[in-house]
Design a protein around this ligand. Sequence first.
Ligand code: PGA
Length: 256
Amino acid sequence: MEIIIQSDAEAATAVATRVIARLLREKPNAVLGLATGSTPLLLYRALIEMKLDWRIVTTFNLDEYVGLPKEHKQSYHSFMWENLFRHVNISKKNVHIPDGMSKDIEKCCAQYENKIRASGGIDLQVLGIGTDGHIGFNEPTSSLTSRTRIKTLTRQTHLDNARFFGSADKVPHHVITMGLGTFMEARQCLLLAFGAKKANAIAATVEGPLAAINPASILQMHPNAKLCIDEAAAGKLKHAEYYRWVYKNKPEWQVF
Ligand code: PGA
């Protein structure tokens, strides 16, 4: 795991933007796993400004609320089209987001996994992190080998996402989310986290034990996971000095 600590969210996003831009230039038909929430907004804005070529890029989104139609303002379909897809030249047929209105959720989840496999697998998975340590919507106690499936949100996630719905009680209870095992097959994971409210989750992810109670800790097992975080999110890391030193002293050929 590579822990890249930057002064603020803008600087941490700039690192992540470079990694993705380089991938899209080197592999124009890259398969990206994408995230929603407040965290990747700066990243999507930066990628839009770069005017990259998305014509043959394929995307798979992490998750979607069960029971929200695509057109709902808070659906992740709406989020992605509003904040990224409508601003770039991506082909609609290459965009994949779980269908929260599916009549057969198990089948829909199995098909999602099949589509990821058929696309050649995810080259780079963008992740945020919940204050409870979830990645995607893999809430604490998620199986570390889980695949795309239905999950029930924690009370903490309801409270965290209340700002989008007006109140915690209006946040849907169920979601479809890619699993932790799904992320483990991505060739690269790129997790972004900003602000002091993420500091406990980041400390547990990086320096805590590998445990289903802290789902993001599975990234300790990933062969190519980068964390791009700001100083506030790094606030509870015991070995922050070491991580800063490592990043500052990377061999020339490893710098992106
Ligand atoms: P946020 O959510 O980016 O809105 O903080 C992150 C998450 O829940 O994964």
